[in-house]
Design a binder for this molecule. Structure first.
Ligand code: BES
Ligand code: ZN
Length: 646
């Protein structure tokens, strides 16, 4: 594997015109035509000119790591860490096995963020090290002088109580309220806040760990976990497959385990355990059905870990053990696409990995495509179509709201926080692009292509350009009549969505549109809408497509008929609360306050804070809720929302 490609992308003047197009001119069916301009664009993306120009991205260079795997690469990490809940610190050592890519290289550079480095040794002797200047986004590189012939160093360190990748919860912030809880979230660049390492998806490493905890607690990792391990406060783990650093994960708490199938199970605090195991009981089938099409699952077991509600994401695909928000335990499996998604990452993301964060769409776009497919394997085509329509609406919203430069699949992240790639573009635009490929070559052919793709790049990290090269030798060669290379370039390198992209529609939503229209026109009372067979997706679609401006009488009528304010489904409640904010509907505000102070999943709370911040009154409300919630929020949720309450 070559770590860095000499490939350079030129953002040509033509591309710049596209980059600077006002958002209002761009829509899902935007005219991105096959003109000469685009032809020139695709040539320039392939050009191997290495001329240094300001606008050029060095493809395959990770702008979010200051480490040097292209000279000396870390191949294995051995952790020995004690978990100190009182000090909110991990304390111990990381022993790194390295390989010299450049035989004469003698300086190993690791990423760190707010770590205290206590010493570095090799063969028991001190090794000189130095902290290099700090970059606000990237942290403080640790430079270690590596004596010739030495391929293993041990770094003694402690983490900061404010580490960006670790959340420490007090007993009161857990479900059982008896014991503290800790979890890490490394993606995108937070592994460096709890382990000194080469924090770039370009470098893959195996790892093992000894984790020392209070005796009554259990530690689990993104590694081989033994559900029957003795609870003695010393837990050992191995991850024998090479993974990128963002997939290293640890959680410690009063966890119980329940098997769901032969290879699947769930870890959770006691009061979530049964509910979670029931909600996610289809996980084993998802695994089996996915394997049938896309090849054997590479990772042994697939377990879920249910985190406290402060977990900032819906899910995180930590290998062998996906981390999952409890906010998707709805009681009716309506939100289990999240499990399909994290499971699908076992193929797209964990086995083949994006080389840099610019290439995130390779992880998330393929995974979102697979999520839809898995939902169809397990629940059938009606569910598939409904999920597609809801996804298409999310994509439209992203296109309406994001600047053109952030609507490209491969986005320029230089000088920006890696967390900025987190929008619906890599997910839904990525999935739509892949669905178009599928439709053009036929599903059967496309599944064969995917199976091969997953095998050909297993345990490698690849760039967007490597993917395009691969298309050139596979689909574009075998289906030249169905596919148009220039159009593929538009999908990847231009904002918006090319004209004629696949559409989604669902018969199940026709009745919903009719009912909503009649109700809005005053021709049908809310109580007269025949909703008894409506499923979650229909409700979500009903609410998502209400106009932003509603009268209090209308909101009262809906709430009286459907009890949205008290709705137990967190996604439904979320949309309802948004409408309540837009229209300053105070009867929902107690619930809103409760919601904001009990959930830390950013996707659910951030739009609420954002909507509140639009008015003075709203901002005051937001400030109060944020002040109360802050101590229980994850550092990422705090960072994402503090701007709305200032
Ligand atoms: N890997 C992502 C979460 C992520 C992405 C964390 C980028 C940090 C940076 C995970 O697989 C994910 O996509 N989660 C989504 C799930 C959803 C799309 C089903 C989430 O958390 O909302
Ligand atoms: Zn994902």
């Amino acid at each position: 594997m070559t770590l860095r490609h000499s490939f350079i992308i030129a953002c040509t003047s033509i591309l710049l015109t596209a980059c600077s197009k006002p958002v209002s001119e761009i829509n899902t069916s935007s005219e991105i035509d096959n003109s000469a301009e685009t032809a020139q664009l695709s040539q320039s993306t392939q050009s191997e000119t290495a001329v240094a120009q300001e606008d050029q991205i060095e493809v395959g260079r990770d702008y979010h790591s200051l480490s040097n795997p292209e000279q000396i690469v870390v191949k294995h990490v051995s952790l020995d860490l004690a978990v100190d809940f009182d000090a909110k610190q991990l304390k111990g050592s990381a022993t790194l096995d390295v390989e010299r890519v450049e035989p004469t290289a003698n300086q190993l550079i690791l990423d760190t963020r707010e770590l205290s480095i206590l010493g570095v040794t090799a063969d028991g002797a001190d090794v000189p090290f130095e902290m290099l200047p700090t970059d606000v986004h990237l942290g403080t590189p640790l430079s270690i002088e590596l004596p010739k012939g030495i391929n293993r160093v041990t770094v003694q360190y402690t983490t900061s109580p404010d580490a960006s990748g670790v959340q420490w919860l007090t007993p009161e912030q857990t479900a059982e309220k008896k014991h503290p809880f800790l979890f890490t979230q490394a993606q995108a660049i937070h592994a460096r806040s709890f382990i000194p390492l080469q924090d770039t998806p370009l470098a893959r490493m195996t790892y093992d760990a000894v984790i020392r905890t209070p005796k009554e607690l259990l530690a689990v990792m993104s590694a081989a976990n033994d559900p029957d391990t003795e609870r003695d406060g010393v837990y050992e783990f191995t991850m024998p497959q090479p993974i990128p650093s963002y997939l290293i994960a640890l959680a410690v708490g009063d966890l119980q385990f329940k098997a769901m199938g032969e290879r699947t199970g769930v870890y959770a605090e006691a009061s979530w355990l049964e509910r979670a195991a029931k909600e996610f009981e289809d996980t084993e089938n998802m695994l089996i059905e996915t394997e049938k099409r896309y090849g054997e699952y590479s990772w042994g077991r697939y377990d879920l870990l249910i985190l406290p509600p402060s977990f900032p994401f819906g899910g995180m695909e930590n290998p062998r053990l996906s981390f999952i928000t409890p906010t998707v335990i709805a009681g009716d499996k309506s939100l289990v696409a999240l499990i399909a998604h994290e499971l699908a990452h076992s193929w797209s993301g964990n086995t083949i990995t994006n080389a840099t964060w610019r290439d995130l769409w390779l992880n998330e776009g393929f995974t979102t495509y697979l999520t839809y497919r898995i939902m169809e394997f397990i629940y059938g085509s009606e569910r598939y179509e409904m999920e597609l329509v809801l996804g298409a609406q999310d994509l439209q919203a992203a296109i309406d709201n994001l600047p053109a430069k952030d609507q490209k699949l491969a986005i320029d992240l230089r000088g920006r926080d890696a967390d900025d790639v987190f929008s619906n573009i890599p997910y839904e635009k990525g999935a739509l692009f892949i669905r178009e490929l599928e439709q053009k070559v036929g599903r059967e052919n496309f599944d064969i292509f995917l199976l091969q793709y997953f095998q050909d790049f297993a345990f490698e990290s690849i760039t967007t350009e490597q993917f395009i090269d691969y298309l050139d030798t596979t689909l574009l060669k075998d289906h030249a009549e169905q596919l148009d290379r220039e159009r593929i370039m538009q999908w990847i390198f231009e904002p918006g969505v090319p004209k004629g992209a696949p559409e989604a529609d669902s018969d199940a939503f026709i009745v919903v549109d009719e009912a909503r229209d009649k109700w809005l026109a005053g021709d049908l009372a809310a109580t007269a809408i025949d909703t008894k067979d409506w499923n979650f997706h229909q409700w979500k679609y009903f609410l998502d497509n209400l106009p932003n401006q509603l009268t209090h009488d209308q909101l009262d009528e809906l709430d009286d008929a459907f009890a949205f304010t008290q709705h137990p489904n967190n996604e439904i409640a979320h949309v309802w609360l948004l409408h309540s904010i837009y229209n300053w509907y105070e009867p929902a505000f107690e619930r809103l306050y409760d919601y904001l102070t009990s959930i830390g999943r950013n996707k659910l709370v951030r739009p609420l804070y954002q909507a509140l911040s639009a008015t003075e009154e709203g901002k005051k409300f937001a400030q109060k809720a944020f002040a109360e919630a802050k101590s229980g929020y994850h550092p990422l949720t705090i960072r994402a929302n503090e701007g709305y309450v200032q």
